[in-house]
Ligand binder design. Structure first.
Ligand code: S3P
Length: 469
């Protein structure tokens, strides 16, 4: 077991780069596997969850050359080229791997079995099993098909028109991936703005994906009613480079906003800090935390100085079709904020670190309509409440969120990651503003998404180190 040992730090200064985006790194492997031709990916994140996707893709007979930890070439086999895996597909702790892969497996006429870590085997899969069954796949699992391991036998799918009960990019992506193999059109209706990396990358591969944006508030037509978009895609479209030749890309994965969120928030709460984060993906479906910090009166800015990397004829959208920017932040006096609705979806992975910011803000911060946090890598409402209280924070748990009173001078303590990478990193950032020593136990799990977290934080002046325990 490894722990992070954290001591209060002086101002954080300098610049850093976030590792490649985890969501986009998964998708580069999965869509790259289905493409006709080779895709070279740069800036791929060598994170444990993405390595699980890599092993699964190889288990389906796809060759992937690793040129370095962050650069690889996927030799796509086309829509009909996957092979029946000889063993179960182990998704480790990765919900994204299991849910997106389930969509792909639903399109195959062979049988596959998807399993994962104990924690993943407790996470809800009914949300993907149900629409995949409506498309014609057989999806079996524990507890009437709601829990992994999942056994999937697909083929002969037909497109569906599906209104998602939760605003989940994983569910939307599973349906779209299955929709690639389906006869007719697949339509997914979102209740809120779930991340759209799959749609952007599919377009990069020349697949026609139509997205109808919701009508702006107060205006009737055009656009769907409600808050989310409607995504429409015709099935059986090949994934190809839209230019000459078969080479797709190379494209570069943008820095992960969700990883940048840790130094970003640390910069906002450690007095006197002034830091610059370079090459961060600023897809608006992901930047809810930025908006929250702004509402909390933090000095933050998105600087569009980062040149968009060159689009090529073979990959006309550059950077996987994702916007990039530099983000700057300064130590700030924060004030409380109320969070609900779309902002919850746009900041869905950032609540552990957002809660840390809220402990330093003046006033009462409330988070509502966020029950989804209970089915992430940990029950993030219960776990964040329990661990921040150990540090002396005033946090109340609510069924669908939490209430945090600040500002609190935190005090160092021994805290636990609950096997959740984002909770481990959030607690380490809390330790920077706590009196005395903070020990984050079972912190090796941060390699799930941010392998260089300690080095990055130390380069900015944070007093964080590993200890074998
Ligand atoms: C992800 C979508 C989100 C997010 C997860 C990654 C993705 O989950 O929490 O870390 O890559 O599609 P949901 O789609 O279930 O909200």
């Amino acid at each position: 077991m490894r722990s992070l040992i954290v001591h209060p730090s002086g101002p954080l200064r300098g610049s850093a780069t976030a590792p490649g985006d985890k969501s986009i790194s998964h998708r580069a492997l999965l869509l790259g596997a289905l493409a006709e031709g080779d895709t070279t990916v740069r800036g791929w994140v060598h994170a444990d969850v993405c390595l699980a996707t890599l092993r699964c893709v190889r288990g389906l007979g796809v060759t992937v050359d690793e040129h370095s930890e962050t650069e690889l070439t996927v030799h796509g086999v086309g829509l009909n080229g996957l092979a029946e895996p000889a063993d179960v597909l182990d998704c480790a702790g990765s919900g994204t791997t299991m849910r997106l892969l389930a969509g792909m497996m639903a399109g195959q006429s062979f049988t596959s079995v998807l399993t994962g870590s104990e924690a993943l085997r407790r996470r809800p899969m009914g949300r993907i099993a149900e629409p995949l069954r409506l498309m014609g796949a057989t999806v079996l699992g524990r507890q009437a098909g709601r829990l992994p391991p999942l056994t999937i036998r697909g083929g002969n799918l037909r497109g569906i028109d599906y209104a998602m009960p939760v605003a989940s990019a994983q569910v939307k992506s599973a349906i779209l991936l299955a929709g690639l193999f389906a006869e007719g059109e697949t339509i997914v209706r979102e209740p809120g703005p779930a991340r759209d990396h799959t749609e952007r990358m599919l377009r990069g591969y020349g697949v026609e994906v139509v997205v109808e944006q919701p009508a702006p508030a107060g205006r009737a037509a055009p656009g769907p009613a409600g808050k989310g978009s409607v995504v429409l895609m015709r099935g059986r479209q090949p994934l190809r480079g839209s230019g000459r030749g078969r080479e797709l890309g190379p494209f570069t994965v943008p820095g992960d906003f969700s990883s940048a969120a840790f130094p970003l928030t640390a910069g906002a709460i450690v007095p006197g800090s002034d830091i610059l984060l370079r090459g961060v993906g600023v897809n608006p479906t992901r930047t809810g935390l930025y908006d929250l910090l702004e509402q909390m009166a933090a000095t933050v800015a998105i600087v569009h100085g980062e040149p968009q990397r060159q689009a090529t004829p073979a990959w006309p959208v550059g950077d996987a079709g994702e916007p990039l920017a530099n983000v700057v932040v300064r130590g700030s006096e924060l004030r409380s904020v109320e969070v609900a609705g779309d902002l919850v979806v746009r900041a869905i992975d950032e609540f552990p670190i957002f809660a840390v910011a809220a402990t330093q803000a003046v006033g009462v911060t409330t988070v509502r309509e966020a029950a989804e946090l209970r089915v992430k890598e940990s029950d993030r409402i219960a776990a964040v409440t329990e661990e921040l209280r150990k540090l002396g924070a005033d946090v109340q748990e609510r069924p669908d969120g939490m209430v945090i009173r600040g500002p609190t001078r935190l005090r160092g303590a021994v805290v636990e990651s609950h096997g959740d990478h984002r909770l481990a990193m959030a607690l380490a950032v809390a330790g920077l503003v706590a009196r005395g020593e903070t020990v984050v136990r079972n912190a090796q799990v941060i390699n799930d998404s941010f392998p260089g977290f300690v080095e990055t934080m130390r380069s900015l002046g944070a007093d964080v180190e590993w200890r074998e325990t």
